[in-house]
Design a protein around this ligand. Sequence first.
Ligand code: PMP
Length: 402
Amino acid sequence: YFAKVPQAPADGILKLSVLSKADTNANKVDLGVGAYRDDSGKPWVLPVVHKAEQRLAEDPTANHEYLGVGGLPALTSGAQKLIFGADSPAIKDGRVYTIQTISGTGANMVAAVFLKQFKQPQDAAVYISKPTWGNHRSIFETAGHEVREYRYCNYTTLGLDISGMLEDLRKAPRNQIVLLHACAHNPTGIDPTEDQWQQIADVIQERGHFPFFDCAYQGFATGDVDKDAYAIRLFVARGMEMLVAESFAKNMGLYGERTGCLHAVASTADAVPAVSSQLNRLSRATISTASAYGAKIAGTVLQDTRLYNEWVENMGEMSRRIKTMRDLLRDKLVALGTPGTWDHVSRQIGMFSFTGLSTKQVGVLRDQFHLYMTDDGRISVAGLNSGNIDYVASAIDQVVRS
Ligand code: PMP
């Protein structure tokens, strides 16, 4: 039985993390992992999360019972307001159903399985950006979809190829499924402007495509939760139906607690009972119920005004430190006279920067300088700090010149 199972292709990011962990050189810098690090290179428990945990620990009624199939209401109702806006008409009209999931990945998978069963037409393909988070293709293909790409990154300017993107979405057959990153596009850090989002919405509406937003960085991207939800709220305001995956891994630092939600926005409240029943059924068949601990932390933070405000400050601290590192890296490369232009490092947002370094240069940086990044030249900017930025800039400078 097992002898006939073929080897699965290696996951680039997981492989990189194994290599980096095994490297004991004192100069090592891990810019692979998509997790926030503080200025001393350590994981950061958000102070507000620590407070919520203390509250939970002191609650005499706390227990470890199963959550209901929909998840923890404190989380799902708070997450809805966070993403669509507290006074969103869609929420008020009862047009939104939210189910708790196993973080953003689980939300993507529930969406993928739901769409496989109910997409209209049944032969619709899923369009993902080129490039995108590596797991998107894997998730949607595993669920049985055909996956196609639309142009996204202009590999010369390292900015958005808006005309290529619009053209590909326009030329696709009608009624396809389009996966969009709500903010802080992974891996490029390139986001459409508000005006470009309007153009994207125009084409998606004209062509009858179904939008699926993946939102893994709300508030983490710019420090402003409303700004980071601009695209989602624009599509909702235009009356479009959609699915939205939401992760609390990065913005609340709850990575391993697997805390997230999937939202379905319908154009009428009448559609909600059937849609929610199917999402519940699919979730029940795969995970039965979602994980409780992270949901209780996030639910506590989202439901308490004081903790919520403190959380926004904590997110601001993370996004400001990342922005400072972007600017510093750009400034240092410019000061070193490193060939090429480096403004894109500052311009891109979120956790990652698409540096434009080639796979070959990435290999030399890894083998000779103990500097780890994905083969596509993506760095996790959160891995930079005041202790390693000079070393990183100098290593990149040497490799680009050689
Ligand atoms: N979507 C995107 C675009 C991501 O970057 C990530 C995190 N790397 C996720 C989803 C899912 O992360 P998680 O399952 O940890 O919430």
